[in-house]
Each structure stands twice: as structure tokens, then as C-alpha cells.
Ligand binder design. Structure first.
Ligand SMILES: Cc1cc2nc3c(=O)[nH]c(=O)nc-3n(C[C@H](O)[C@H](O)[C@H](O)COP(=O)(O)OP(=O)(O)OC[C@H]3O[C@@H](n4cnc5c(N)ncnc54)[C@H](O)[C@@H]3O)c2cc1C
Length: 204
């Protein structure tokens, strides 16, 4: 009998992190209980876009985010809402976040973020092969469209950076997009595709 067999683990929070931890702990022989304050049908893990993006390797703490983050953090519907409160830890976290939002941090984070996303992709592929566990996993890749000059430059830069990290992304021409999406009316400056990207339907 292994040393983990039958040992009790309680996980607080049944989002993707809690549930995947529960899955692997149970596989390792632990007796797992997940507790959650909600019905788990309204949270972040249930309502997200279901993208698995190895080519999204830029951390949240990046140049430009501080001004944007200030606007977002007061809006309960934004992706960066922080309940306003005078909390020492929160203030200290905010100051560290602001200090980290620089180009050197972005550069340092790219490899680990790419590797975490690639590992996640591998694990999602293993889950997709489990009979009866259907979460609409689709190995379709992703097309991103950019409408103005500044975003077109951003697209070129993203593709260059992705390729430098060994990821399969490339800029594609309007004709190729039109062939992929024959019914779409295109009003775009640049487009790129990341065939490595995956999507799925979030479930709890
Ligand atoms: C609009 C949107 C789109 C997104 N799209 C993507 C995407 O395409 N791809 C991607 O990779 N990521 C995406 N994300 C990010 C992703 O959804 C989150 O990073 C991820 O879901 C976080 O999972 P989690 O398990 O840490 O937290 P959560 O999903 O927030 O789960 C935490 C759980 O803990 C419970 N809980 C909290 N406090 C307590 C307590 N005190 N007692 C008991 N239970 C508690 C909550 O009820 C909740 O069920 C998106 C996020 C948003 C908001």
C-alpha cells in the first residue's frame, strides 16, 4: 500500500485549479473532498472563454497595464476587479504588481508561461481521451484579426516572439483567411494564426 492511500485531503474551491488538483490527488490514492461556497456554475472557471493558448505568453503585469488596471479594478464587471478595501497585503501586492509591469518581467516570464500552457495542453489532451469526459475539446487553432496599424504591428511582433519561442504561429494573407472563412466580410489590417491553440467548453 502506498503512503498516500486513503489519506484525507480537503480542497477549498471547485474551480479548475481545485478540481484538477482533486483529480490528480485522487489518482495518487488520496481520499479527496472538494468544498465550495457556490454551486460552481457561475465562477471564473465555468464562464471563461475556454482557450488554451501557448502563444499567449505575456503576463498580466506588463507595460501599459497599470493605467488600464486602475480603470478596471473599480469595475465589478471587468476582468481585473478588486473589491476596494484598505488591506495591507492587497496594497503590498498592488505595489509589487506595479513594480513588475515592465519589459524585463515580460521577457523573463515568456518561457515559463509558454511551458505552463504547453503542459496544460498535454494534460487537457489526456483528459479528452478519458471515455465519458466530453468537454468539446477542439484542436482547431486560432485566428486573430487586427483592424488598425498599431494592432497590425502588435500582430507582427507577437508572431516573431512566438516563433522565437518555438511556437507555431504565422502571419497569413487576406486570401488565405477568406478561403478559411468564405462567408466572412473582412475589414482587417493583419491576421495571424496559431495552430497550436486549443479550445474547449468550460465545465465544472
Ligand atoms: C471572462 C474571462 C475569460 C477567461 N478566458 C480564459 C481562457 O480563455 N483561457 C484561460 O486559460 N483562462 C481564461 N480565463 C482565466 C481563467 O478562467 C482563470 O484563471 C481560472 O478559471 C481560475 O481558476 P481557479 O480555480 O483558480 O479559480 P475560480 O474559477 O475562481 O474558482 C475558485 C472557486 O473557489 C470558490 N471559493 C472562493 N472562496 C471560497 C471560500 N472562502 N470557501 C469556499 N469556496 C470558495 C469559488 O466559489 C469558486 O468556485 C478567463 C477569465 C475570465 C474572467
Amino acid at each position: 500500500m502506498s503512503s498516500t492511500q486513503g489519506k484525507q485531503v480537503i480542497i477549498v474551491g471547485g474551480g479548475i485549479i481545485g478540481l484538477s488538483s482533486a483529480f490528480y490527488l485522487q489518482e495518487a490514492g488520496f481520499n479527496v473532498t472538494v468544498v465550495d461556497k457556490s454551486d460552481m456554475l457561475n465562477g471564473c472557471s465555468y464562464g471563461n472563454a475556454g482557450y488554451l493558448c501557448p502563444s499567449h505568453f505575456v503576463p498580466l503585469a506588463a507595460p501599459g497595464i497599470v493605467a488600464q488596471g486602475f480603470k478596471w479594478m473599480w469595475n465589478a464587471k471587468s476582468p481585473f476587479y478588486v473589491q476596494p478595501r484598505l488591506d495591507k497585503d492587497l496594497i503590498s501586492w498592488g505595489l509589487q504588481f506595479m513594480k513588475s509591469a515592465n519589459a524585463a518581467h515580460v521577457k523573463r516570464s515568456a518561457l515559463p508561461l509558454r511551458d505552463i500552457a504547453l503542459l496544460s495542453k498535454k494534460l487537457y489532451e489526456e483528459w479528452a481521451a478519458i471515455p465519458g469526459l466530453d468537454f468539446a475539446y477542439e484542436p482547431k487553432g486560432m485566428l486573430e484579426f487586427f483592424k488598425d496599424e498599431a494592432s497590425a504591428h502588435h500582430a507582427e511582433h507577437s508572431v516573431k516572439e512566438s516563433r522565437a519561442l518555438g511556437l507555431d504561429a504565422r502571419l497569413i494573407g487576406r486570401e488565405e483567411v477568406q478561403q478559411m472563412e468564405p462567408n466572412a466580410k473582412l475589414d482587417i489590417r493583419a491576421q495571424y494564426t496559431s495552430p497550436a491553440m486549443r479550445s474547449f467548453t468550460p465545465i465544472s
